[in-house]
Design a protein around this ligand. Structure first.
Ligand code: ADP
Ligand code: MG
Length: 587
């Protein structure tokens, strides 16, 4: 992207087209030829009119008509050939763009892929590349036609009678000026706003549909509608404002290009002022037939301008992903000496946030220790856990595994060292077998089954029609939150990494599941370094050490007993927790 001046979209397209860029050129050239050919029948038409007006040699009309038909068919064939070229090139560009995007996306920090991010990225990978494809396949050829036709028409118009030609040109020129005023600088900005409004509306719609269960359960209505409604209102307001801005230039444009006839009539009066000659009648009739073409050509040019703006917006969105900085990959990977974890003054602030989500946290976890992170919601527990697996890089401080900074561990090695089960474990639309096997693609079916059994998933497999081969999300096969969680645990079991991070992994579990999930954890935690985030404090009492977080800071640490004696935040939290349990039992 050029820092100054115009956005060179064609240069970008040529880059993505690679070896196919000449095909784009050929396609445009052929489209130009076809545009010129399309004008020839109008010359034949002029001849036919002349013959008709002069009343001589009438039988030769058929010959001219045939030439016109043949040339039109020829023009059509050449145009099809042109589209063939541009389509092949367009598919190549789209494929290259998508693979470039995917190559970049794979290197991005995992933290980019939160709920918000995935929707946006999906839209760019699908829609923006599709917009580029449409532009190259159709609009580029049309744009050439739209540019060649007026030039050809001008030649035709001036060749017969330059005076009438000049009259035709006046409204065409005014129309052109109106059109350019619509396509001005502000337009690109408008286009961006339009795409943004569309994006907000569609993501709010998804969010709304997702939230329907909650809405129904809690009988909420107005509040849940609010954001969706304001997105629609925003879009509506934008569209109305935009339409109003375009009202005058668009009306002027349409009036001008459709008023060309009027100008011909004036021209006819002026020219025939001193007596009517046969040639004049011939030319005037001819112009009445040809001038609508000017209208068509100008309209096409207008639309090609609009398509170009859609394209530029799409390319800029693709650029935005391509310019995101990937996680820096170390060039000289180091191997951790053990599976202990150490955090040194770790601070992290989300982009755009006004305060640190994690602030100056230091802690040491020895290999094989089981520790817990507790604290109120929003205290930074999840962020801390995500930093440990490099969802994002720390703003300052260091995270070390086995004495090596995680930035110096190659990312595939790091992933082998750490398994994590996060709150929102995602399963994909494939069989349970493949879902679990994602953790270790070379695992045999037996190994997957053993992992599922360890994760207490036997009952899930038994109730599904095809057992482990059942495809999720198909034919109404849906799993409950707790069941999905257990499948996610099976993944972690199969991976069998020496460090295990569990973030409120029992949050979804119902009481029946919870016991099972706890058994699964106990089973998989043996001989491993475990960091566990839990809001059910009963599950953390047995850990080696509990870290208490509050507002991003580490405020206390120690064993359950030691922390209770301290009479600090943990004691308070535990008292609250015990009361809530009693309360539940009491009801
Ligand atoms: P916990 O897991 O303890 O509930 P989190 O680590 O999720 O806490 O959040 C810590 C803080 O960081 C909160 O103030 C939260 O609003 C903020 N936060 C979490 N995720 C993001 C994000 N993707 N972008 C911006 N701020 C975030
Ligand atoms: Mg959390």
């Amino acid at each position: 992207m050029g820092k100054t001046g115009k956005y060179d979209h064609m240069k970008l397209i040529r880059e993505y087209a690679g070896g196919h860029k000449n095909l784009i050129l050929l396609g445009r050239f052929l489209a130009g030829i076809s545009a010129v050919l399309t004008l020839i029948p109008f010359y034949e038409l002029w001849k036919i009119i002349r013959i008709a007006v002069e009343g001589e040699d009438l039988h030769s009309i058929t010959g001219h008509a045939w030439i016109a038909v043949l040339v039109i068919v020829g023009a059509l064939l050449v145009y099809i050939l042109a589209l063939l070229c541009t389509h092949v090139a367009a598919f190549r560009v789209q494929a290259n763009m998508r693979s470039a995007l995917m190559r970049r996306i794979i290197k991005l920090p995992l933290g980019v892929f939160d709920e918000d991010g995935t929707g946006k990225i999906r839209r760019i990978v699908n829609d923006s590349t599709a917009a580029t494809e449409t532009y190259i396949a159709h609009n580029l050829a049309d744009k050439t036609v739209a540019a060649v036709t007026p030039v050809g028409l001008l030649v035709l118009i001036f060749a017969f009678n330059w005076k009438i030609g000049l009259f035709c040109l006046i409204p065409a020129l005014i129309g052109f000026v109106c059109m350019m005023s619509m396509m001005g600088k502000g337009m690109q900005q408008k286009m961006k706003e339009y795409q943004n409004a569309l994006e907000v509306m569609s993501s709010e719609a998804t969010e709304y549909v997702r939230g329907i269960p909650v809405v129904k359960t809690f009988g909420q209505t107005v509040h849940s509608f609010k954001r969706f409604k304001s997105a629609i209102d925003g879009y509506g307001k934008w569209t109305t404002d935009y339409t109003l801005v375009l009202r005058v230039p668009m009306t002027a444009f349409m009036t001008c290009i459709n008023a060309i006839f009027l100008f011909i009539v004036i021209a006819a009066f002026l020219i025939t002022d001193d007596g009517v000659a046969t040639g004049d009648i011939l030319n005037i009739m001819y112009y009445i037939i040809v001038t609508p073409l000017v209208t068509v050509a100008l309209t096409k040019l207008a639309y090609s301008g609009e398509a170009e703006m859609t394209l530029i917006d799409a390319l800029k969105r693709v650029d935005a992903i391509m310019e995101m900085s990937p996680l820096e990959e170390t060039s000289n990977g180091m191997t951790p000496k053990d599976h202990g974890l150490e955090l040194r003054n770790v601070t992290y602030r989300y982009a755009g946030a006004s305060r640190d989500a994690v602030q100056d946290v230091s802690l040491t976890i020895k290999p094989g220790e089981h520790v817990a992170l507790v604290g109120p919601s929003g205290s930074g527990k999840t962020t801390l856990a995500e930093l440990m697996v490099r969802f994002f890089d720390v703003s300052s401080g260091e995270i070390l595994i086995g004495g090596v900074n995680i930035k110096d561990i190659p990312s595939d090695q790091l992933m082998k060292l750490v398994s994590f089960v996060f709150q929102d474990s995602r399963l994909i639309k494939t069989s349970i077998l493949e879902n679990v096997r994602m953790a270790r693609p070379d695992a045999s079916e037996e190994e997957v089954l053993a992992a599922l059994e360890k994760a207490q998933c036997k009952d899930i497999l038994e109730k599904l029609p095809n057992g482990v081969h059942t495809v999720l999300g198909e034919k109404g096969t849906y799993l409950s939150g707790g069941e999905q969680q257990r499948i996610a645990i099976a993944r972690a079991v199969l991976k069998n990494a020496p460090i295990l991070i569990l973030d409120e992994a029992t949050a979804f579990a119902d009481p029946d599941n919870e016991t099972k999930v706890q058994e699964a954890f106990a089973e998989m935690s043996r001989d491993k370094t475990v960091i566990m985030i839990a809001h059910r404090l009963s599950t953390v009492t047995g850990t080696d050490r509990i870290y208490v977080m509050d507002e991003g800071r580490l405020v206390e640490s120690g064993s359950h007993e030691a922390l209770l004696e301290k009479a600090g935040m943990y004691q308070h939290m535990f008292a609250e927790y015990s009361r809530s349990i009693e309360w539940k039992v009491g009801v």
